[in-house]
Design a protein around this ligand. Structure first.
Ligand SMILES: Cc1ncc(COP(=O)(O)O)c(C=O)c1O
Length: 429
């Protein structure tokens, strides 16, 4: 029997002193059925996490992407502890910085040089600034989510607090639609086309090549936001998978198995502008602990079979979800999207039920069955067929109840607590 007493106590305390009581929107209590899910983690081991009340879960969130090799990974711990005993951030940089920059230049297709920062949004923002300086233009075309900075969040539905003058400089374009991109490139003097190269079920044949050709035809630079796709689908992300080399790319999340580090990578002539006054500089950019973690993590990611393993487990899960949708005839309310290594369930409303009603049933049942997942799952090295089976068993139970909810046009008889209630509905990760 699950018990969340300590989680709830901590949550109530934190809500008094920290808005939302989680520093990332999608890790907050509002992204689960309120009252029926853990909020605080005690420790992790491989693909399992243990909350502060002692409940154990198979973790399919993987910290929203960063955990690629698994919690408490001995070789990452060892590398980190070795460096902890020397220094974290120092007055001079660490030798590890040279090694990591060289490693990224070896494994990232576009990387002739790299610059380290901390969050994914720092890296995308650095890339945009470099592109604007290089082209002498201001407009940005974007597709996907690129972090909290004004230039990108200002162009989303969640733009409160971003000046109108900044918002006008970024325009969204539609993924997998070259005509839409070209019409916007014609209309604006564009500095950069930035996109997540792998979205939903991936790029259509030739799409990324087309984006590159169009961006260059109209004098813009191409930036891949590989913050999610990098180190997760392949070491070099979507660029490596689909054989298209952008001018710049941003990496973060999965690089260091949970330690905070990100990087902007790309052409030397563009990165070298940093030596000529294009400002990309942070106090903790050279933090050596994260660099030690990144080097140890990449060593594991580079081992033969790593990505084949993740893809195999992901394929079992993805195919399994699809079969269960058909088993229950839920095609109108559920769909599966994503490539195997990073996929999951999407929810639609039905009758008087909203998509969040349906998602709440899913979330409650997954948690009840020991699975911590939002909607899209992330995998790490230690997920195996055993965990995939548990994931699909829980999914089966959740879908059976979603079927019942749809038939009765009600979730009231199923939900035992609050509903999933994200601060931002849709469109934010
Ligand atoms: C594709 C993509 N780019 C950028 C970011 C921003 O990264 P961070 O939250 O580390 O700033 C995210 C975060 O979810 C992301 O998914």
């Amino acid at each position: 029997m699950q018990n969340f007493t300590k989680s709830h106590e901590l949550l109530n305390r934190e809500l008094q002193v920290s808005p939302l009581a989680a520093q990332t929107y999608s890790k907050s209590y509002r992204y689960f059925c309120q009252g029926l899910a853990p909020s605080y983690m005690d420790h992790g081991e491989g693909c399992y996490i243990y909350d502060v009340d002692g409940n154990k879960f198979i973790d399919y969130m993987c910290a929203l992407g960063p955990i690629t090799v698994g919690y408490n990974e001995p070789s990452v711990n060892e590398a980190v502890i070795k460096q902890v005993n020397k220094f974290a951030s120092g007055s001079l940089q660490s030798e590890l910085e040279v090694e990591l920059a060289e490693k990224l230049c070896e494994i990232v297709p576009c990387a002739e040089m790299v610059r380290f920062v901390k969050n994914g949004g720092d890296a995308t923002t650095a890339a945009i600034r470099l592109a604007r300086a290089f082209t002498g233009r201001e407009m940005v075309l974007m597709s996907g989510y690129h972090g909290m900075h004004d230039w990108s969040i200002g162009a989303s539905e969640n733009h409160k607090g971003v000046p109108e003058a900044v918002r006008k400089l970024t325009v969204n374009f539609t993924y997998n639609d070259l005509n839409d991109l070209e019409s916007k490139l014609k209309k604006h003097d564009v500095a950069a086309v930035i996109l997540e190269p792998v979205q939903s079920n991936g790029p259509q044949e030739g799409y990324l090549h087309g984006v590159k050709e169009l961006a260059h035809k109209y004098g813009a630079l191409l930036i891949f936001d590989e913050v999610v796709s990098g180190f997760r689908y392949a070491l070099g992300g979507g660029s490596e998978m689909f054989g298209v080399v952008p001018d710049l790319a941003a990496f973060g999340k999965g690089m260091a198995n949970g330690y905070p580090i990100s990087a902007v990578a790309g052409r030397k002539d563009i990165l070298q502008q940093i030596e000529q006054g294009v400002f990309v500089s942070t106090t903790f950019g050279g933090d050596s602990i994260s660099m030690a973690a990144a080097l140890a993590t990449i060593k594991i990611l580079e081992q033969p079979g790593f990505y084949e393993h993740i893809t195999q487990i992901g394929t079992i899960q993805r195919d399994g979800i699809e079969k269960l949708i058909h088993k229950y005839g839920l095609e109108e309310v559920l769909s599966v999207s994503g490539l195997p290594a990073h996929a999951g369930v999407s929810f639609e409303g039905h009758g008087s039920l909203s998509y969040l009603d349906i998602q709440s049933v899913y979330s409650q049942i997954m948690v009840e069955n020991g699975i911590l997942v939002f909607a899209i799952y992330n995998l790490n090295k230690s997920h195996t067929e055993k965990e995939a089976e548990a994931y699909l068993n829980a999914t089966d139970k959740a879908f059976a109840l979603i079927k019942e909810a749809v038939e009765r046009d009600s979730v009231d008889h199923i939900l035992k607590g609050g509903k999933v209630d994200p601060v931002f509905k849709r469109n934010i990760k």
